[in-house]
Write a protein that binds this ligand. Structure first.
Ligand SMILES: *Cc1c(COP(=O)(O)O)cnc(C)c1O
Length: 428
């Protein structure tokens, strides 16, 4: 495949946009080469500026769970745009999507909409700190909760790809209130609670980690965190920006049967428009301005185009629960196919999967936390990435990313991908 026009466009972009991109991982630094410029997308496919067609396993990093240019979403956005694109005043649409989200997700009474997952997580910890009157938070190495200061400490994919886990510009004052634990390691959390008695406002966690590849929580881990929080007056925040409306209607809370105190959303909830949200039971949400003292706001929050897109997406997911089963089956089929081919070609690998989140690590040892995720062979990953690209299959340009399976993928697409993996892995 030729990428002449894409490389040309990238060269032009680099002159006026830092690194040519508006989000670092898009720049291909982890795999080499230059990024592909998209012209359009439909269903499971991307069409780039050079006229190539690619099967898409990233799907805008999650939002396009029903495929690109999903018609109900596209039509709703077009119709809404004709009525005006922003008012900075309440609309009935906001209540409609809030009611639907609250009905789909267990254990929440109220939801506040923001513009990104970053904002959702940032606001969730402010709320937790205000509610508990404590300063410290526990996060897990390798978990990503957006790019706000408190979280840019061993933050997974972007940071790891670029080797800057602690970004300059984050002050020591901010960093000292973020305590780091190891994913799937309860003792590392317990130790933090012992040395910071009555100081920890919240534990924030990706209930299935997705930003150091896909890492499932080990049996009992989330339950134990729930208990630890209850014993210490600490809130449990599930960052469901990836898992929300993807692993089940009610996200990881539903899948694992665990109640979080605050839940953060993004990605799928916006149907491909910039939307994030955070939600909790009344007692906590009523702490937010204008009801309570914790301030949080947004000129474009609840934007009608974004809400129209999100509403159609949630409606589609809510009206057909079989979607989640179908996604699970398709991803399981992919997992099995990839495993068979890599085994047959003597490639060392581990595949992690929960529902429609899956990642391939090029190492035999099981991948349970940041440390084990970092052991994957990046040279093999680069060959894997570029090999697949040549065959017309697009996966994330970083070894630390989860693939997001879309329901628009057909079994023919999956077979094509599995055969492509067979072909390229013969030459690893
Ligand atoms: C993507 C992501 C975020 C950040 O969301 P943005 O919309 O990119 O700001 C936060 N948490 C998790 C788990 C994510 O995957």
């Amino acid at each position: 495949m030729l990428y002449q026009r894409s490389s040309q466009l990238f060269a032009e972009a680099e002159k006026v946009i830092p690194g040519g991109v508006n989000s670092p991982v898009r720049a291909f630094k982890g795999v080499g080469g230059t990024p592909i410029f998209v012209k359009s997308a439909k269903g499971a496919y991307l069409f780039d500026e050079d006229g190539n067609k690619l099967i898409d396993y990233i799907n805008s990093w999650g939002p396009m769970i029903l495929g690109h240019a999903f018609e109900p979403v596209v039509n709703a956005v077009i119709e809404r745009a004709k009525l005006g694109t922003s008012f900075g005043m309440p609309t009935a649409l906001e209540t409609e999507i809030a009611e639907l989200a609250v009905s789909m997700v267990p254990n929440i009474d109220k939801i506040r909409f923001v513009n990104s997952g970053t904002e959702a997580c940032m606001s969730a910890i402010r709320l937790a700190r205000g509610f508990t009157n404590r300063d410290k938070i526990v996060k897990f190495a390798g978990c990503y909760h957006g790019h706000s200061d408190s979280f840019l400490i061993q933050a997974g994919s972007g940071g790891m790809t670029f080797g800057t886990p602690n970004s300059p510009g984050v002050t020591k004052g901010t960093a000292k209130d973020t305590l780091l634990a190891k994913y799937n390691d309860l003792n590392s959390v317990k130790e933090l609670f012992e040395s910071n008695k009555n100081e920890i406002a919240a534990i924030i966690i990706e209930p299935v980690a997705g930003n150091m590849g896909c890492i499932p929580p080990q049996k009992g881990f989330l339950e134990a965190l729930r208990m630890l929080c209850d014993e210490n007056g600490t809130l449990l925040i599930f960052d469901e920006v990836m898992t929300g409306f993807r692993l089940a209607k009610g996200g990881a809370q539903e899948l694992f049967g665990i109640k979080a105190d605050i839940v953060a959303f993004g990605k799928v909830i916006g149907g491909g428009l910039p939307v994030g949200a955070f939600a909790a039971r009344n007692e906590i949400m009523n702490y937010l301005a204008p009801l309570g003292p914790v301030y949080q706001a947004g000129t474009l929050s609840g934007n009608p185009l974004a809400m129209a897109a999100g509403l159609e997406m949630l409606k589609a997911l809510n009206s057909e629960p079989a979607i989640f089963e179908r996604l699970d089956q398709k991803t399981a089929y992919l997992e099995k196919g990839i495993a068979e081919k890599l085994t047959a070609n003597n490639v060392k690998f581990t595949i992690n999967r929960v529902g429609s989140m899956i990642s391939v690590h090029f190492d035999e040892a099981s991948v349970t936390d940041l440390q084990s995720a970092s052991k994957g062979d990046n040279e093999t990953f680069k060959k894997f990435f570029h090999g697949l690209l040549k065959e017309g299959v697009y996966i994330a340009p970083s070894a630390y990313e989860t693939w997001f399976i879309t329901d628009a993928l057909s079994y023919e697409d999956l077979d094509f991908t599995i055969n492509a993996i067979d072909k390229i892995s013969k030459e690893f």
